[in-house]
Design a protein around this ligand. Structure first.
Ligand code: SF4
Ligand code: SF4
Ligand code: SF4
Length: 578
């Protein structure tokens, strides 16, 4: 510990911490636009400056370590004026169109300009040199970029994708895809984590709400919605509810008020995914082939594998994701039951995820000549539509989802949390593999937010080693350990976003660790309260097999519910073309 003085008061602070961290620990919050704990320590925005006794210039507190006897001043007239000046300089390079910006109300730049007392910008507006990049589900607007490089660091350090970089200098500084490429031509996996950490509206998701409004207003379309597990625990935040408030019934009511004919639950198809995936797991484990089997429900993870580890593509379960399965079943089983031509159905998938927009466009996920999922909107986009329609979300009564695709087991709901897919699969695999009934269905060692979790499960005398990777950076570590022979795993779950889909790139901003944990608790509680907690016992899933698909893994199930993946290696092409 070190002895320091902050604003004239003596404190003992940890050696090795920066001034910014030390101040936070004693309850003094220094404003910053580029710092992210353990991820981004750029010192680029200059908003966190402080005075240090004896130093000739102001110090950037996020990159200056505390020293014994240091005297720090965080709130002098000089500090206040410098912060204001730096924010004004940032604003002079920023396209200030707050009323029409997606981040209006959740923008850190807006908030900090207000906090440091900026009332006017004394500088001329700088010219903008670069166009918007609309090529991918993650949209980049350079005119709103403040060059903080949080996105670069998050993409690099959390996801180990490195699709973004900084180039040029001065007024021509540019943060985005390297070598002037469009994002679509890079190994970007569309996870949207850069959006979640961007302090401004420079990164957003592609807006697909207009296409949904058009479909809702088209008398020739039969428009249905399906909603992902995690939406029910996060959408409420955008209407003033505390994080983790369970709003499933209100979501159904709001969607019906918007004009959707039917509202289905992606939890149902999560159960279906488990039935197909568990059957595949059992088959492969018995024959000891293509192990570890890897989960396939996260499209960012799938693209990551296609880009960086194509040698593992045969290991991925061929079962489509819950979104993919819902799409296929809506345009086959449901269309048949209702005698509606599948091409008349417009299926909107509400997801916590920007990568699901990409997944829906992949030809190999379609079961017809047209997409199974016509539009994917994020949690944020759904909230926007509800607000545009003037629906008073907080005062809505609850409604039921629609069958035959609206009921789910507790296993389906925990898909939204890291480790949940694995836990759900083990509940079904145990019963089907052993012919016995698993009594304690909660796999506690899998229920935490560690980057990599490994556990052992006995299935009828076979010792299964299972692993969960939380983020792509951790998946890379695990894959390297498997490749080198250091780890032997039978079954592996990867979710790209921190905490799983509850921390997805389409979720409400902010999504701090604390908020993500609250959303997770809501899903675990929903599971606990469920009378059916194993996917294969979902009566509507059983009905679907009995009336339509036959057995898990049947020819029809394969045609509709399974897919394949391809080697991409775009990172090689980006390197070679430059
Ligand atoms: S895009 Fe956003 S996160 Fe990235 S450098 Fe610009 S402002 Fe920062
Ligand atoms: S979407 Fe994900 S992979 Fe793509 S640039 Fe952003 S953080 Fe990187
Ligand atoms: S973890 Fe969930 S939200 Fe994130 S990319 Fe994967 S599927 Fe999408």
């Amino acid at each position: 510990m070190l002895n320091v003085k902050i604003n004239g008061k003596a404190y003992r602070v940890r050696e090795g911490t920066t001034i910014l961290e030390a101040c936070r620990e004693v309850g003094i919050h220094i404003p910053t636009l580029c710092y992210l704990e353990e991820i981004s320590e750029e010192g680029s925005c200059g908003v966190c400056v402080v005075e240090v006794k004896g130093a000739k210039t102001l110090q950037r507190s996020c990159v200056t370590e505390v020293r014994e006897g240091m005297e720090i001043f965080t709130d002098t007239p000089l500090v206040r004026e410098a912060r204001k000046l730096n924010v004004e300089l940032i604003l002079a390079h920023h396209n200030i169109d707050c009323p029409v910006c997606e981040r209006n109300g959740s923008c850190e730049l807006q908030d900090i300009a207000n906090r440091v007392g900026v009332k006017d910008v004394r500088f001329e507006q700088a010219p903008f040199f670069y166009k918007e990049d609309l090529s991918a589900p993650v949209v980049r607007d350079p005119s709103k970029c403040i060059f903080c490089q949080r996105c670069v660091n998050v993409c690099d350090e959390i996801q180990s994708v490195s699709a973004l970089s900084i180039a040029h200098r001065g007024m021509r500084t540019f943060v985005g895809a390297p070598f002037g490429n469009l994002l679509v031509d890079t190994p970007c996996v569309n996870c949207g984590q850069c959006i979640m950490y961007c302090p401004t509206g420079a990164l957003t998701e592609r807006d697909d709400t207009m296409r949904v409004w058009d479909a809702l207003n088209d008398p020739d379309k039969y428009v249905v919605a399906s909603t992902a597990p995690s939406i029910r625990a996060s959408l409420g935040e955008l209407f003033g509810y505390p994080p983790g408030t369970f709003v499933r019934g209100k979501v159904a009511t709001a969607l019906k008020m918007l004009g959707f004919e039917k509202v289905f639950d992606t939890n149902f198809s999560a159960d279906l995914t488990i039935v197909e995936e568990a059957s595949e797991l059992i088959e492969r484990a018995k024959n000891n082939e293509k192990l570890p089997i890897m989960t396939s429900c996260c499209p960012a993870w799938i693209k990551f594998l296609e880009e960086y580890y194509p040698e593992f593509i045969p290991n991925v379960s061929s079962a489509k994701s819950p979104q993919g399965m819902m799409g296929a079943v809506v345009k086959s089983y449901f269309a048949e039951q209702m005698s509606i031509p599948p091409e008349k159905i417009f299926h909107v998938s509400v997801m916590p995820c920007t990568a699901k927009k990409f997944e829906a466009e992949r030809r190999e996920t379609w079961s017809h000549e047209f997409p199974d999922v016509d539009a994917v909107i994020t949690t944020r986009e759904l909230a926007q539509m509800i607000k545009e329609a003037g629906i008073d979300f907080k005062n809505l009564p609850d409604s039921e989802y629609d069958n035959p695709l609206g009921e789910y087991s507790g296993a389906g709901t925990i898909f939204g949390v890291t480790g949940g897919v694995m836990e759900a699969a083990l509940r079904t695999a145990y019963d089907l593999f052993t012919g016995k009934k698993l009594e304690d269905v909660e796999f506690k060692p899998l229920r935490n937010f560690e980057g990599i979790r490994v556990a052992e499960v006995m299935l009828d005398g076979v010792n299964m080693r299972v692993a969960v990777a939380n983020t792509l950076g951790k998946a890379r570590e695990l894959l390297e350990a498997i490749k080198s022979g250091e780890e032997k795993i039978h079954f592996m779950e990867v979710m790209a976003c921190p905490g799983g889909c509850i921390g997805g790139g389409g979720q409400p901003i902010p999504s701090t660790d604390e908020i993500i944990r609250k959303r997770a608790e809501a899903l675990y509680t929903d599971d606990e309260k469920s009378t059916v907690r194993k996917s294969y016992l979902n009566p509507w899933v059983r009905e679907l097999y009995k009336n339509f698909l036959g057995e898990p893994g049947s020819e029809l199930a394969h045609r509709l519910l399974h897919t394949h993946y391809e080697k991409r290696l775009l990172w090689e092409k980006v390197g070679k073309s430059n």
